[in-house]
Ligand binder design. Structure first.
Ligand code: MG
Length: 293
């Protein structure tokens, strides 16, 4: 028997492909948000590269998606399949520009898609009911694990809704392996989520955790300041190749965990302090952090 493989379960809409930002024409025949037209399947920037890195690291990628629009009469299960096929084609392993030309015959980075067409307030039989496949039900993940031979305790879930994460924990994925994508958090998108998944394989002895405390007051209670600190840390990580494992902000501090030794982490923190202080001084005349340490 083949050993079980770890997976990254991915929500579809607004995790891999654009949904909330689609033009009004996308909803000509459906309720807004019910994406059942493959012509409007568009990748979120960075999603392809994030999927490539995860599969390179040995994770099986499985899409699990609620598509209650079918229960609401917006389309048929074949329309879900058409969208999933278009998305899988865009998520091609080919490392060239042709990756953005949908080709259903090309292998995909995504091994399988599971969709739940059900919705309890729909009126299309037999989908107008609650169903254990519909997130936060665990059904899609359980079926995928069984059919594809997946190792649930070593798997991850990434989605933009709490119910995505609940489906995962209901299926037995550890809560520490569920990632919510949300603006102005350390995981705004799939790129950041992939960083976190890949960082989990790092030896804890090779990581350093450091905190930067405000000179006074609670400057990170200001949302723009907080967002700037997070974005700057991510930019430094990208530029230096030092992996940013975790970033936590409080009103008066930022704590970062880096996959590097203490000296490297101190250099990272000094750069974060220098750049964000320069930004804050230009904005309000006051530095965020003390400059004498
Ligand atoms: Mg979603």
């Amino acid at each position: 028997m083949r050993p079980l493989r770890p997976a990254v379960f991915l929500d579809r809409d607004d995790t891999l492909n654009v949904n909330a930002e689609l033009p009004p024409e996308a909803w000509a025949h459906t309720k807004e948000g019910d994406l059942l037209n493959p012509a409007f399947v568009r990748l979120i920037p960075g999603a392809l590269e994030a999927c490539r890195r995860l599969t390179d690291a040995g994770y099986v990628l499985v899409i699990i998606t609620n598509q209650g629009g079918v229960a609401r009469g917006g389309g048929a299960p074949r329309d879900i399949d058409a969208c999933n096929t278009a998305l899988r084609a865009l998520l091609s392993p080919a490392d060239d520009d042709s990756a953005n030309i949908p080709d259903p015959f090309r292998a995909s980075l995504v091994t399988a898609c599971y969709s739940a067409p059900h919705h309890p307030s729909g009126d299309v039989h037999p989908f107008n009911n609650e169903h254990h496949w519909r997130k936060p039900g665990p059904g899609m993940i359980e079926s995928a694990a069984r059919e594809l031979g997946l190792d649930i305790p070593r798997s991850w879930m990434v989605g933009d809704k709490q119910r995505d994460l609940d489906a995962a924990t209901n299926a037995g994925i550890p809560p520490t392996r569920t990632i919510l994508l949300a603006p102005a958090t350390p995981t705004p998108d799939l790129t950041a989520a992939a960083d976190r998944v890949l960082a989990s394989a790092i030896d804890p002895a090779q990581t350093t955790r450091l905190t930067l405390r405000a000179a006074s007051g609670a400057p990170l209670a200001d949302e723009r300041a907080r967002e700037t600190v997070i974005a700057t840390a991510r930019a430094i990580a990208e530029r230096t190749g030092v992996r940013l494992i975790e970033l936590d902000t409080a009103a008066d501090s930022v704590t970062i965990t880096l996959a590097t030794h203490r000296l490297g982490a101190l250099g990272f923190l000094a750069e974060l302090r220098r750049l964000t202080n320069a930004w804050a001084r230009a904005r309000s005349g006051a530095a965020l952090w003390p400059t004498d340490r």
